[in-house]
Design a protein around this ligand. Structure first.
Ligand SMILES: O=C(O)C(=O)C[C@H](O)[C@H](O)CO
Ligand SMILES: [Mg+2]
Length: 403
């Protein structure tokens, strides 16, 4: 089953996406998501210049060997660009293997461990009232879990909150990075009030999540974790930038609020100390950024030894290909926790057909052979890539901070 063709498809139906297509000599093809928000063309160049030429003629069924070839063989290991490129190849090869076996991908992974995959929605408002309305709307749609974020008085722009009421949230919203302002003091004083209001109106059955988006120091994160303990969060996400894994120890020692981390991680080594010391509760790396199914399966198995569960990143800046593959993985993985779901817009879904279903706050995996997501290349070609950058963030005195 030799690989005959491998190429990238770069398009912007609603937003930028990079898709990798691998075609075998028998005409079977697989697709993978290679989108790295705000850095798309770096992955395209990595694939086109360094990876794809070396794939031609290789046996598409040797997924493990190709993974090792691209990882060990490159000499330069890890990093978001490398691992997104490897992830796209890996998911495309699993798609091919499942199509050849005439099975949905989850069957190859070991079969279903659950009937449906619980998701969480983003509920955001300019203020607490606006957020409460969004929670009400999502609960009415059947969601059992919601991520709540609200504007902070005195901070003009904030991550996770759409610019205008009713608009879709898109962080990569300008050609060059927009500049945001951050005040840890204002945030820490305000955010517990949001949880108090949500619990008062919706009671304690609804799962509540919150994303700190890497902005606190360990001791500040510990303070926040303690402050929100009465509201029983499902998780507090990315509460510190975690290059230093030890940061999580201090937070863990101070609070019982569950901790999720890793949407910017790409390797098992980014997690190793925090997993084996049980400093975290959920792993966030999406398949496409974490070297694909082959590598994320190892991370999930390792995490399972320590009672840590999956909670994959699922923003709109990962394509439906990544989401579709994730739903197969989520349906199989024994230590599943939750799946993030930010719905793609209609144009994106016209370009990427899919066979998973969304029902009552859950995904139901499809039965088509492969991962069930495809791309309409001629429609995609009508929407060319446009440069779009993530914002940068500064403290009120101008110091560059974590966005
Ligand atoms: O979905 C989340 O939890 C995010 O933090 C979204 C990120 O800001 C986004 O994917 C950056 O590209
Ligand atoms: Mg996040």
């Amino acid at each position: 089953m030799k690989i005959e063709q491998a190429y990238t498809i770069v398009c912007a139906p609603g937003r930028n996406f990079v898709t990798l297509k691998i075609v075998t000599e028998d005409g079977v093809y697989g697709i993978g998501d290679a989108t790295l928000n705000g850095r798309e063309m770096a992955v395209v160049a990595y694939l086109e210049e360094h990876v794809l030429p070396a794939l031609i003629g290789r046996d598409a069924s040797c997924i493990e060997d190709i993974w090792q070839y691209l990882y060990r063989g490159a000499y330069w290991r890890r990093g978001p660009v490398t691992m997104a490129a490897i992830g796209a190849v890996d998911v495309a090869l699993w798609d091919i293997k499942a199509k050849v076996a005439n099975m949905p991908l989850y069957q190859l992974l070991g079969g279903r461990s659950r009937e449906r995959v619980m998701t969480y929605a983003h509920c955001t408002g300019k203020d607490i009232d606006g957020c409460l309305q969004e929670v009400e709307r999502h609960v009415a749609q059947g969601y059992r879990a919601v991520r709540v974020q609200a504007g902070i008085p005195g901070i003009p722009t904030i991550y996770g909150v759409a610019k205008r009421e009713g608009e879709r949230y898109e962080p990569a919203d300008s050609e060059l990075p927009a500049e945001h302002v951050w005040s840890t003091e204002k945030y820490l004083n305000h955010v517990p009030q949001l949880f108090a209001a949500v619990r008062e109106q919706f009671g304690h059955d609804l799962h509540l999540l919150h994303d700190v988006h890497h902005r606190l120091t360990p001791i500040e994160a510990a303070r926040l974790g303690k402050a929100v303990e009465p509201y029983h969060l499902f998780w507090l996400e990315d509460c510190v930038p975690a290059e230093n894994q030890e940061s999580l120890r201090l937070i863990r020692e101070h609070t019982t609020t569950p901790l999720a981390i890793g949407e910017v991680f790409n390797s098992i080594h980014d997690y190793r100390e925090m997993i084996q010391n049980q400093w975290i509760d959920y792993i966030r790396t999406p398949l496409s950024h974490g070297g694909g199914i082959t590598h994320m399966r190892r991370v999930a198995d390792f995490a399972a030894l320590y009672h840590i569960r999956t909670g994959f990143h699922g923003p709109t800046d990962l394509s439906p290909v990544c989401l579709g593959a994730a739903i197969h993985f989520d349906s199989w993985v024994p230590n599943f926790g939750i799946q993030e779901y930010m719905p793609h817009d209609d144009l994106t879904l016209q370009v990427f057909s899919h066979d998973f279903r969304f029902e009552d706050g859950h995904f139901i995996v499809g039965e088509a052979p492969g991962h069930g997501v495809d791309i309409d290349e001629s429609l995609a070609a009508q929407y060319p890539w446009k440069r779009a950058s993530l914002p940068v963030n500064r403290l009120e005195d101008g110091t560059l901070w974590h966005w």
